[in-house]
Design a protein around this ligand. Sequence first.
Ligand SMILES: *Cc1c(COP(=O)(O)O)cnc(C)c1O
Length: 239
Amino acid sequence: MADLSPAPLAASSASSAIADRIATAQRRILRACRAAGRPEGTVTLVAVTKTQPPRAVAAARAAGLTVFGENRVQEAQGRWSEGRWGPDAAAGTAPELRLIGPLQTNKAADAIALFDVIETLDREKLARALADAGMKLGRRPRVLVQVNTGAEPQKAGVLPGEVPTLIAAARSLDLAVEGLMCIPPVDEAAGPHFALLAKLAAREGLPVLSMGMSDDYEIAIRFGATHVRLGSALFGPRG
Ligand SMILES: *Cc1c(COP(=O)(O)O)cnc(C)c1O
């Protein structure tokens, strides 16, 4: 037994650490729901698997998570290709994949083919590309509009004042607009940004609010988040 490698042990303790972090996040989500007077199960935990190795993703799936966020189309294609994950799909636990990173129009068809929901619609040209891709694939694209709530020059997302126009355009192209998404400025309190996103969504009659990350998801839940996107809280710091 002298050649027994430590690698499997290290791997299994890494996945139990992930299982522990997932359980903790789920408890905190539940507690935040209760504190906000919201029914259980009104917040979906989106596990952000970008940059994670296959065994981290496998640990999250083994812990029962079914909804995943990725920020790059090509990277996600590698991680979520059917050959690697097919057996689970047959068992009825096919993951729901959500694109949470910026999308180029020339990747629209690939994105529609892989992702269930595109959370980062931020311009009319992209809406048209998604509509075209959806038509070809015989699928009605489901989208969220990303809002640049802090009006940061370098950040993706439509400005708050332009939300109604983009939503009208997307709806006229027959995209299924389900809600809004935001990433608040890193150096500001997140609460007011979440409140703004909730107000914009309510005005448009949109039910889905994708807001809140590892550092602020409980605040987001207080302001009505339906989807919180957690990476490092589940998987540890990204390398
Ligand atoms: C990476 C990423 C997350 C997860 O960030 P953490 O702080 O690790 O939870 C959430 N949303 C978007 C859009 C991201 O790119």
